[in-house]
Design a protein around this ligand. Structure first.
Ligand code: AMP
Length: 396
């Protein structure tokens, strides 16, 4: 990576403002998933061990620019203290009197968490005065929030874009994401297989386009596949299909042929007579979906076909479920792909979002090389877009 990281600067005694991604699910005041907090620990611990003064900031949910206790980061401060096994000072505002007082009283080796950045509309608006107020807290700005690195907000990009901190560097989490995903995209061990699923072709055009320039095999499942099947003249019944993307699907298939990419599409499907868990279900070959029925998952022959491609791969990137995995009868394809990845010897990368939840729910999280912490950010990265939260950081 050509961006400076916290290891490239001297942090001792310095006030480091660290943008983390503490946007965790909270139900009745309880944090139900601590993954994102754990993801930030290596950076926080490194800074504390090296006697920095650590000021953390994050957003949580969508409080729409208003102070709202329902979206307070206080429960996160408590959980972080538990995980770090040391006190975490909490500021009850972001750039207000409490934050200012606590920042100036902060000592080396101490950690402070500011209140939810999105209590200010200025955060998402990348307002310069808000950036100045945040930057006044620090000597060094550290971005470690990969999940929001595709957004040019005040705390994710503005401080560095406006040159307001003496140094602007990446934390370990962003460093790891870029190294693993960037490494796979730029210099993959081959065969390189990408598996894309999910709801819409339109959401993933950029990713498909970029990956067609890089992969040996591109697998397409999920609802996206029916637009391609329709483009090939197969009957798809009432399956999801983006009619206005059929020509594009044809172009993408032509590009795959041109680039000699092995494009794998489903050869059979699990179909249902309604979009419901309790619907009648059948397994049919591609092209055999009758009217009144819709494809909601890949079939068992497709599971084997996709698993076989994964077996031969040396690098695999997966983004998006193979079917409506939220409903048990249509989760088989997604589970099969997840299992194939865990059994593979390849570098296996899960590009965030639903595939990351699926891998975690199945208990396979420690059996893959890397699970990206950013859904939208990892998609944009796979698309080849330069992330503003990374672009703004100091070069080595
Ligand atoms: P995305 O956010 O694009 O990754 O899409 C994820 C969503 O796609 C999930 O909520 C799935 O239920 C949905 N999905 C996957 N396959 C199908 C399908 N065959 N029909 C309808 N929805 C699907």
């Amino acid at each position: 990576m050509n961006k400076k990281t916290i290891k490239d600067v001297s942090v001792k005694g310095k006030k480091c403002l660290v943008r983390v991604d503490f946007n965790v699910p909270i139900v009745n005041g309880e944090i139900t998933d601590v993954n994102r907090i754990e993801g930030a620990l290596p950076t926080i611990k490194y800074l504390l061990d090296n006697n920095a003064k650590v000021i953390l900031c994050s957003h949580l949910g969508r409080p729409k620019g208003k102070f709202n206790l329902e979206f307070s980061l206080k429960p996160v401060a408590e959980k972080l203290a538990e995980l770090l096994k040391k006190p975490v000072i909490f500021a009850s505002d972001v750039i207000g009197e409490d934050a200012k007082a606590k920042v100036s009283a902060l000592k080396e080796g101490e950690v402070l968490l500011l209140e939810n950045l999105r209590f200010h509309n200025e955060e998402e608006a990348n307002d310069k005065d808000f950036c100045i107020a945040l930057a006044s807290f620090c000597d060094i700005y550290v971005n470690d929030a990969f999940g929001t690195a595709h957004r040019a907000h005040a705390s994710t990009a503005g401080i560095a874009q406006y040159g307001l901190a003496k140094e602007s560097v990446a934390g370990f989490l962003i460093g790891k994401e870029l190294e693993i995903m960037g490494g796979a995209l730029e210099n993959p061990k081959r065969p390189f297989v990408a598996i894309l699923g999910g709801a819409k072709v339109s959401d993933k055009i950029g990713v498909i386009n970029n990956l067609l320039d890089k992969v040996d095999t591109l697998i397409i499942g999920g609802a996206m596949a029916y637009t391609f099947e329709s483009a090939m003249g197969y009957a798809i019944g009432g399956s999801k299909c983006e009619k206005d993307k059929i020509d594009l699907a044809k172009e993408l298939m032509a590009k795959a042929k041109d680039k000699k990419v092995n494009l794998l599409l489903p050869i059979d499907h699990i179909i249902a007579d309604a979009f419901a868990e309790t619907a009648n279900i059948k397994e049919v070959a591609v092209g055999d979906i009758p009217e009144g029925w819709q494809g909601l998952d890949i079939g068992t022959k497709t599971q084997k076909l996709f698993a076989e491609a994964v077996k031969c791969a040396k690098t695999v990137i997966w983004n998006g479920p193979m079917g409506v995995f939220e409903m048990k009868p249509f989760a088989g394809g997604t589970c099969a792909v997840a299992k194939a990845l865990t059994e593979s010897q390849a570098i296996t990368i899960i590009g965030g979002g639903d595939s990351a939840s699926a891998i975690q729910q199945l208990g396979y999280a420690d059996k893959v090389t890397h699970i990206s912490t950013g859904g939208g950010a990892s998609l944009e990265f796979l698309e080849g877009i330069v992330l503003p939260g990374v672009d703004c950081l100091d070069n080595k």
